[in-house]
Design a protein around this ligand. Structure first.
Ligand code: NAD
Length: 440
């Protein structure tokens, strides 16, 4: 396995050097004669400018590419598992994200890395950028400032703001869990859930599970210092330094359990771990102490907290990880392209919790229709129709909740979403056939 990883790294470096960038801007209007420029640029372009000026800023969604443009913004402070490596060093990841946005969701995404670590400056810059974009995807920002930045931007912007490390992970985890619980015949509102890791992913997973119907009193969260509970010595400090974790400590763990991961796992129906790369973070003997038919999601990348076969040997009924080489991959890429596709198609002002939960249910439903079993609880990234259904569910929820600027019927929505999602695949085929993109 490590052999293969070294090869991926080497190949990736070589190919990044060869192609020098993973996305480019291409025209989407016909240009066949000189006069065309008088339409797309001066003098003709003055008329859409005057119209937006006279009739309102929202018309920029109808007369420019703003409606389908988002910014992928990072300060480089927590790039993948590499830590605070800076804005420039984080740029390859933001570009990669932009590629996935386009290829999987038909969303035009611009990578933007900011040379500041100050959260208030970051917020100010994004606010100033708002007129250029239909949405903002925050990426790889250190915790806990990522919570503050997301909350503030969601409050002050009139376009959707999303932090993929939080909401994306939570959405896909919820989708997988909904189906895993169907397999073991248990209800979300009744299960005992142990959450290992209370960072960007863990805190957001906890929040969305509760919004979707999990009982916080039956949840026990653990971080690197042990189980969260109101009597923990650092609890008062947490109130200041990480109010999000503090709030979770206050509303979970009604039994008042103390200790670490083994104590949290005793009798639990579900384990969701998003802590640090394993193996060995979760031990087989701890899984044996869980309730019957336990569900085990170990999401750390690149190596899960326990290997899936070890979890199975210890009695886990359904196992999911973050990896594509094992069954049941919990991966953000199943979430963000379709969520933005849906939100942008109806020019949504927000991505609400309701829209995220609708996306999770749509993903779960798609897999269920195909036939779920222990090794298939969630669609894979190759199942394009799952993205279509998810995007439609998000757009419908946005219209229902009154945050959409545009109303579309079910059939209009389906047509637009499908066209945009498949457009990139068609483009790729053509570009490869015509030598505009060189194969490697
Ligand atoms: P983070 O640094 O914000 O949070 C990590 C949390 O884990 C912290 O609360 C920390 O105290 C806790 N922790 C660390 N070691 C622990 C231990 N031994 N026992 C208990 N708790 C421990 O990081 P994050 O962004 O939340 O990501 C956490 C992990 O989840 C990473 O490995 C990341 O790759 C993975 N992740 C996977 C996906 C996915 O889609 N599969 C998505 C997001 C994150």
């Amino acid at each position: 396995m490590s052999e293969q990883k070294v090869n991926w790294f080497k190949l990736s470096l070589e190919l990044h050097r060869k192609y020098i960038g993973k996305i480019e801007v291409v025209p989407k209007v016909p240009v066949t004669r000189l006069d065309d420029f008088a339409i797309w640029y001066t003098p003709g372009v003055a008329e859409p400018c005057r119209k937006i000026f006279r009739e309102g800023k929202d018309l920029s969604f109808d007369y420019t590419c703003r409606w389908n443009y988002i910014a992928v913004v990072s300060d480089g402070t927590r790039i993948l598992g590499l830590g605070d490596i800076g804005a420039e060093a984080g740029l390859p990841v933001m570009e990669g994200k932009a590629l996935l946005f386009k290829y999987l969701g038909g969303v035009d995404a611009i990578p933007l890395v900011l040379a500041t670590k100050d959260p208030d400056k970051f917020i100010e810059v994004v606010k100033i950028l708002e007129p250029s974009f239909g949405g903002i995807n925050l990426e790889d920002i250190a915790s806990p400032k990522c919570f503050y930045i997301l909350e503030k931007l969601r409050e002050i912007l009139e376009i959707p703001v999303w932090h993929d490390d939080q909401q994306g992970t939570a959405l896909v985890t919820l989708a997988g869990l909904l189906n895993a619980l169907k397999i073991v015949g248990k209800k979300l509102s009744e299960v005992k859930i142990a959450l290992v890791g209370a960072g960007a992913a863990g805190l957001s997973i906890a929040r969305y599970l509760i919004v979707a119907g999990a009982n916080p009193k039956k949840m026990i969260a653990v971080d690197s210092k042990g189980i969260l509970h109101p009597g923990r010595p650092d609890i008062d400090k947490l109130k200041e330094t990480n109010p999000w974790k503090y709030k979770l400590a206050m509303k979970t763990n009604a039994e008042g359990r103390t200790g670490g991961i083994p104590e949290a796992l005793e009798g639990a129906d579900v384990l969701i771990a998003a802590s640090r790369p394993g193996p060995g973070i979760i031990k087989k003997e701890w899984i044996r102490k869980m309730a019957s038919d336990p569900v085990v999601f170990t999401e750390a990348n690149p190596v899960p907290e326990i290997w899936p076969w070890e979890a199975k040997e210890a009695g886990a009924k359904v196992v999911a990880t973050g990896r594509s080489d094992f069954p049941n991959q919990i991966n953000n890429s199943l979430g963000f392209p379709a969520v933005f596709r849906g939100a942008l198609t109806v020019r949504s002002k927000k991505i609400t919790d309701g829209m995220c939960i609708a996306a999770a249910h749509a993903l779960a439903r798609y897999a269920e229709k195909k036939g779920i079993h222990e090794e298939y609880i969630i669609p894979t990234m190759e199942e394009t129709e799952a993205f279509v259904e998810e995007a439609i569910a998000v757009a419908e929820k946005a219209m229902e909740e009154g945050v959409a600027r545009k109303k579309l019927s079910r059939s209009e929505l389906e047509h637009e979403v499908r066209e945009l999602i498949y457009r990139s695949q068609k483009y790729m085929k053509l570009a490869l056939e015509h030598g505009l993109i060189e194969p490697y």
